[in-house]
Ligand binder design. Structure first.
Ligand code: ATP
Ligand code: MG
Length: 440
């Protein structure tokens, strides 16, 4: 603490990088993906520096399989691109090259320069555009956490550590490089990364890093919605969504992400529903089964839709119309903060909109519902509602049985048609311009 204070006041940094040689760090060369190795070799052949960096080095040192591989180099994007047959220049805030080899994409970034105040910033200090290139030392200083600033050199097989990341990994500690407050101001998304990486890697947030988060949480409001969405998706699909959400609430970060989620989590039914949905998602990811982001967001916002729906019904709106308007209302508020993509919101609407149809268990309707393309997802959603105690358990059992039953059993399972429903249907047919199945 005192040492760090002195370093900060006098602008001193820890003396030089630590170079840990092959055999001492436990990272085997064959654990690096063939595509990342090819990229490093191609760059090295032309005399450029090329290191595997960031999440992949960190994960491998922790014994976790990396999601993807990033390479850092002193070659500029326009020098990198022509070296590979399939490569794309991407990014605005940071320009990068995506190199595609086989089925893999390797992200190649050029060493960034230290923040000299030249980067374009928003009024809240957020970095908007920054393509000043620099040395590997400067690049290391620009990374967020010490454990993310480890460089693996495939040629020498050394791990180069500029900020004590190796020691932090041993201590299972997630620590910001530099002054945490300034770094969070530069990019508030780092607060979410801190929570996600802590949960995913089982690292504890260093106390100096953690201290300013509660106070700076409102800065998330100024982050562009698509970027928040992207980070939120990473968090929800990390396989540790339950732990992340708990931590987000503890750090006061959940409000800016899913407005009203805090309110939902305070109601016992809402909390149970969201908790079950996240636990189920984590379980599916950890056992390698696919998950649908649309299903997940539909679950996170369901109780919000439910309460808007009920409020409208109480005001005298017709039930199905009230549901439609409730969905619009919730998605509008939500998308302003967190740009949930249109493809997802379309599926979310379908899943929500199909829920009232599960109440109808007579005539042709159950058969039609089972045949609709989103039935499986909508049924899973119903199962979650039943498990959380929102709808009777026997409703879920009925649909579970019905969907796998043969035609005779299905017919025998149907409930008798009730009089008033028939009359309503006949009347409705006569009304001009009215569709028969509003939720389809
Ligand atoms: P994962 O891939 O598991 O999500 P990661 O740490 O690899 O985690 P990426 O988004 O792939 O995350 O970023 C790669 C590297 O780029 C990080 O390890 C870090 O060094 C750096 N980095 C990413 N985002 C930031 C940021 N917001 N601020 C500073 N450095 C960052
Ligand atoms: Mg990564």
């Amino acid at each position: 603490m005192i040492k760090r204070f002195i370093q900060r006041v006098f602008g001193l940094r820890q003396a030089g990088p630590v170079r840990m040689p092959k055999g001492k760090h436990g990272l085997a060369r064959d654990a690096i993906s063939p595509a990342a190795l090819r990229v490093c070799e191609a760059l090295a052949e032309r005399g450029y520096a090329a290191h595997v960096v960031g999440g992949a080095v960190r994960d491998l040192l922790l014994g976790i399989k990396p999601k993807d591989f990033d390479v850092a180099t002193d070659a500029r994007p326009e020098q990198v691109k022509p070296l590979f047959r399939r490569a794309l220049l991407i990014g605005r805030r940071f320009r990068l090259v995506h190199v595609m080899i086989g089925g893999e994409t390797v992200e190649v970034s050029t060493f960034r320069a230290a923040d000299t105040g030249e980067a374009e910033k928003s009024e809240h200090g957020r970095v908007l555009r920054d393509n000043v290139f620099g040395t590997i030392e400067e690049d290391a200083l620009r990374r967020d956490f010490t454990v993310n600033a480890l460089y693996y050199d495939p040629a020498s097989e050394d791990v180069i550590d500029y900020h004590g990341g190796l020691a932090d990994l041993r201590k299972r500690r997630l620590r910001m490089i530099g002054d945490p407050e300034a770094r969070f101001r530069e990019d508030p998304v780092r607060m979410l990364r801190a929570v996600r990486l802590g949960a995913k890697l089982g690292l504890t947030l260093d106390s100096d890093t953690r201290a300013p988060i509660k106070r700076l949480a409102p800065l998330l409001e100024h982050v562009p919605p698509p970027r928040l969405f992207e980070e939120m998706l990473k968090l929800l699909l990390s396989g540790h969504a339950s732990a992340c959400l708990r931590q987000l609430r503890e750090e006061g970060l959940s409000k800016g992400l899913l407005p009203l989620l805090d309110v939902i989590l305070e109601q016992p039914l809402g909390e149970r529903f969201v908790t079950l949905a996240l636990a189920q998602t984590d379980d599916r990811i950890q056992t390698g089964r696919p998950v649908s982001p649309a299903f997940l967001f539909a679950a996170l916002l369901w109780h919000e839709v439910l309460s808007a729906w009920r409020a409208r019904e109480l005001r005298g709106e017709r039930s199905l119309q009230a549901l439609e308007s409730a969905m619009d209302e919730v998605l509008e508020v939500q998308c302003a903060k967190l740009a949930i993509t249109r493809r997802l919101t379309a599926t979310m609407r379908e899943v929500w909109g199909m829920q009232p149809r599960f109440e109808q268990r007579s005539g042709q309707r159950p058969q039609h519902l089972v045949e609709s393309p989103r039935f499986r997802m909508a049924y899973d959603f119903l199962a979650l509602r039943a498990a959380s105690g929102e709808v009777p358990a026997d409703l879920e059992v009925w649909w579970r049985t019905f969907q796998s039953a043969d035609p005779d059993t299905r017919r025998a399972m149907l409930l008798p048609d009730t009089g008033p429903k028939k009359r309503r249907r006949r009347r409705r047919k006569k009304a001009p311009g009215e569709g028969a199945a509003p939720a389809a």
